[in-house]
Design a protein around this ligand. Structure first.
Ligand SMILES: NC(=O)c1ccc[n+]([C@@H]2O[C@H](COP(=O)([O-])OP(=O)(O)OC[C@H]3O[C@@H](n4cnc5c(N)ncnc54)[C@H](OP(=O)(O)O)[C@@H]3O)[C@@H](O)[C@H]2O)c1
Length: 288
């Protein structure tokens, strides 16, 4: 059995690829830049991983990437969400022999009508293949790059989250659940909500990062307008700042706060907690 992992240079896909390859599972990383992926995985000792060119927006790459593939892990990054194209890709994959799709959706956006992740969930359900939908909560890893990019230089991060609570998930757990869904039976037709076992405020997150980093890191609440101005000043596009504001509106409504036990049910252990995540990644927040 061979598995194609899309988004294999990203947060979630890289975990799925790594966990499958290190367990000796034949797996293909479908990537836009094969050289970049090989560099990223140069420390992987397992011989089970293979790299093939794959771009959602270049249908000429699809069939080669799909050759001999039985199952697929799917992420739909921004810019690849055109429903007609997604549907055509599923048709192509199924004709090429793919029998099971495991889709990385989102906890709340997976439920919002017209949102790309929700639309894709619908297309997967009617694709004709077996499917499993993962709905992860907010990634802990967001504090390493996306919303935490100011930590090394400013000892602070800025968000319009107020004092809302979020049940974060470590992408290593998302990768482990995806690997189970792709290699074990009993996951077809299931939707899993993936979170850790605690819902934290961003003040508590700052405290845990401070403890791991060994210096005080502050969470600074900004209102929506202030957040957009600050992030654009730091180099974000207006569109990504506004999209982040939209996502944090959902967070402030408390929709990411409920804790799910699905990780424990599938993996037989609770999800990784924020403290452990922070300790494991302390070097990423060193002063720069
Ligand atoms: N961040 C969160 O808290 C969170 C929570 C729940 C759900 N999600 C969802 O989880 C999904 C994955 O997130 P992530 O953080 O893993 O994303 P990410 O780190 O930004 O990775 C995106 C991946 O998609 C690849 N990609 C981009 N455009 C492509 C194209 N045209 N064709 C093929 N591959 C392409 C990228 O490859 P390159 O290296 O070539 O750019 C990269 O490997 C997203 O749909 C996100 O909405 C995120």
């Amino acid at each position: 059995m061979k598995i194609l992992v899309t988004g294999a240079t990203g947060n979630v896909g890289s975990e799925v690829f790594k966990q499958l390859a290190t367990h000796g599972q034949p797996v293909v990383a479908g990537v836009r830049d094969v050289e970049k992926a090989i560099r990223l995985y140069s420390k992987l000792s397992a011989g089970a991983g293979e790299f093939r060119e794959f771009d959602f927006n270049e249908p000429a790459t699809w069939l080669t990437a799909l050759a001999g593939v039985d199952k697929m892990f799917l992420v739909i990054p921004p810019g690849t969400t055109n429903p007609l194209q997604v549907e055509l890709f599923f048709e192509t994959a199924i004709q090429a022999g793919v029998k099971h799709l495991v889709f990385n959706s989102g906890r709340t956006t997976g439920d919002l009508e017209d949102e790309p992740l929700h639309v894709t969930e619908g297309l997967i359900k009617k694709s004709g293949a077996d499917w499993t939908i993962l709905r992860p909560g907010w990634f802990m890893q967001n504090f390493l790059n996306w919303v935490g990019f100011t930590i090394p230089s400013e000892d602070a991060f800025y968000l319009p989250a107020a004092d809302s609570r979020t049940a974060f998930v470590d992408v290593r757990d998302v990768g482990a659940v995806a690997a189970s869904a792709l290699t074990e039976s009993g996951h077809s037709g299931k939707i899993y909500e993936l979170t850790g076992l605690e819902a934290l405020t961003h003040f508590e997150v700052a405290q845990k990062i401070s403890e791991a980093a060994g210096r005080t890191i502050r969470y600074v609440h900004l209102n929506e307008e202030e957040f957009v101005i600050e992030m654009v000043k730091r180099g974000w596009s207006q569109a990504s700042a506004e999209h982040t504001v939209f996502l944090y509106r959902i967070v402030r409504m408390g929709k990411e706060a409920a804790v799910s036990r699905d990780i424990e049910m599938i993996l037989g252990r609770p999800g990784i907690d924020f403290e452990s995540f922070a300790k494991d990644h302390a070097s990423c927040w060193e002063v720069r």
